[in-house]
Ligand binder design. Structure first.
Ligand code: FMN
Length: 131
């Protein structure tokens, strides 16, 4: 089983290209050492991230993250265990999405999609949202 943790937080200043680069370089280096994988999403100033790996390591990294001055108001959304990794190929995949993507998704009334939204664990939803 693989432990996962999903949280969101808000940037403490307006991130520029070089800030993302620095952040990803640092995050990926540490994650690689700890065999942590996951995905980081940035949407108009908000970060949403899922971390997966060994429970103690994921919690250690998360405790660094909540003390990181680049982000404020972090909020833990959910934790759990999955059979296998959802983001196995990535020491930290990154994607920037627009608010429209989220709105389009929420407003989609196709029954298959609304059933999926209502039943999907947050981690699956995140994957779908950033396809
Ligand atoms: C939005 C955001 C996401 C981050 N993601 C990770 C991550 O996936 N892995 C990681 O090691 N550090 C990540 N960091 C950086 C950590 O907060 C921290 O700076 C880094 O792990 C070094 O921690 P340390 O100074 O306690 O050694 C992230 C920081 C921010 C602001």
């Amino acid at each position: 089983m693989v432990f996962y943790l999903l949280y969101y937080g808000i940037e403490s200043f307006k991130f520029k290209q070089k800030d993302f680069e620095e952040l990803l370089e640092q995050a990926r280096a540490r994650n690689e050492k700890l065999n942590i994988t996951g995905k980081l999403i940035y949407c108009e100033g908000t970060f949403i991230q899922v971390l997966e790996g060994n429970e103690a390591d994921v919690k250690d990294v998360y405790s660094s993250i909540i003390q990181d001055s680049r982000m404020v108001a972090t909020k833990l959304v959910t934790t759990g265990n999955v059979e296998s990794r959802h983001f196995g190929g990535w020491s930290m995949d990154f994607k920037e999405i627009s608010l429209n993507t989220i709105n389009d998704f929420e407003n989609c009334t196709h029954p298959d999609v609304s059933d999926y939204i209502n039943s999907a664990p947050a981690i699956k939803l995140l994957k779908l949202l950033t396809k």
